[in-house]
Design a protein around this ligand. Structure first.
Ligand SMILES: NC(=O)c1ccc[n+]([C@@H]2O[C@H](COP(=O)([O-])OP(=O)(O)OC[C@H]3O[C@@H](n4cnc5c(N)ncnc54)[C@H](O)[C@@H]3O)[C@@H](O)[C@H]2O)c1
Length: 328
């Protein structure tokens, strides 16, 4: 089946393209290359275009007749969204809504949307979060993704069903031989930044906030392997194609690690010291976000196969690979 995959030149989208190809589908990547990379599109056709461009979406749908859409394209920097809220609202909400409307009118029957743990904001307890938790995003990025989820569900009728998958912190890489991995520019994500500091490509890693109400004072996140996330999209497509109800599912591991714990795991894997300095909290950051993924287990039959060790090992291999080293 042809699947329209927006943001397929990006980090998570390119791994989803790989999983789609392995599952016998054809991923048709649509990306404006604002943050993605042409070299990451390796598993199906590519169309350069904007998700908000109705004519472009119609042309792609006419040519490839996709029955399903996986929507990963978005601006993803929470801290940047605090400074540029309109840009995030426009790209992640208005353009996404246009995409959903156009896709539906072109006969797309199933939509899987990349959503985020940022929709939960600052939880009032330390337990892993269920989908029924209070939704209170702390930054415009989280607001824009929550608004897109709601716009999507408003469009679901008997002709279209949808799942919004709320990823916690994506990290890791497919085997380096695939030559895809995390390469955000600029890179703001913790695991790659620690590796870059370990490789001497960053002078030192800034630890953003050491006064959070957590055991070691640094923020706690749930790190989920990018190939586990990719696999969840195949399960989500099967779920939707079976005619099941629309809804949201958390994708995480039920386990949280503090920034200092992740630094220690990467340093151990690399066999080196990672230089760090203690900075301020970033605006819009939550102290602790950990997923309860029991709904994904129940609805999709999904559970993570990999833990922090595999995430770190695969990410270190990717950052040491010729492909990554040749990029910068
Ligand atoms: N990386 C994470 O840890 C994480 C966590 C939670 C949710 N998410 C969500 O997962 C999705 C993918 O994240 P990622 O880390 O792969 O980001 P990424 O920046 O690597 O990929 C996003 C892709 O979308 C493209 N894009 C952006 N706006 C576009 C537009 N208007 N038209 C066409 N293409 C456009 C970019 O060029 C890029 O290739 C996003 O929706 C993000 O909100 C990511």
């Amino acid at each position: 089946m042809n699947i329209l995959l927006t943001g397929g030149a990006g980090y998570i989208g390119s791994h989803i393209a790989y999983a789609l190809k392995q599952a016998g589908h054809v991923p048709v990547t649509l990306d404006d290359l604002s943050h993605g990379h042409l070299w990451a599109v390796r598993f199906g056709p590519f169309v350069e275009g904007d998700i908000g461009d109705e004519q472009c979406i119609r042309a792609v749908c006419n040519e490839y007749k996709p029955k399903a859409l996986i929507h990963c394209a978005a601006l993803i920097e929470a801290a940047e969204s605090v400074k540029q809220p309109e840009r995030y609202e426009n790209n992640n909400f208005h353009k996404a809504t246009k995409l959903f409307e156009t896709a539906r009118s072109c006969g797309v029957s199933h939509v899987v949307m990349s959503s985020t743990a940022a929709v939960y904001g600052e939880p009032r307890h330390d337990r892993p979060l269920r989908e029924t938790e209070l939704l209170n995003p702390l930054n415009p990025y989280g607001v824009s993704k929550l608004a897109a989820e709601q716009a999507l569900f408003a469009l679901c009728t008997s002709e279209m069903n949808a799942l919004a998958l709320r990823y916690f912190n994506a990290a890791g890489a497919a085997e380096p031989v695939l030559e895809i991995g995390e390469a955000h520019i600029p890179e703001s994500h913790l695991v790659p930044r620690i590796i870059l500091a370990g490789l001497g490509k960053l002078e030192a890693l800034e630890i953003c906030g050491t006064d959070y109400p957590t055991p070691d004072g640094t923020a706690i996140r749930d790190y989920v392997h990018v190939m586990d996330l990719a696999g969840a999209h195949i399960a989500a497509l099967n779920y939707l194609m079976a005619g099941r109800d629309s809804g949201v599912c958390n994708l995480g591991t039920n386990k949280g690690f503090s920034v200092l714990e992740v630094v220690a795991a990467v340093a151990k894997c690399m066999g080196c010291n990672v230089p760090v300095w203690h900075g301020q909290r970033r605006a819009g950051d939550s102290p602790r976000l950990v997923a309860d993924y029991s709904r994904a287990a129940e609805w999709l039959g999904w559970q993570p196969k990999y833990g922090l060790k595999e995430i770190v090992t695969s990410a270190v291999s990717w950052h040491k690979s010729k492909r990554y080293q040749g990029l910068f």
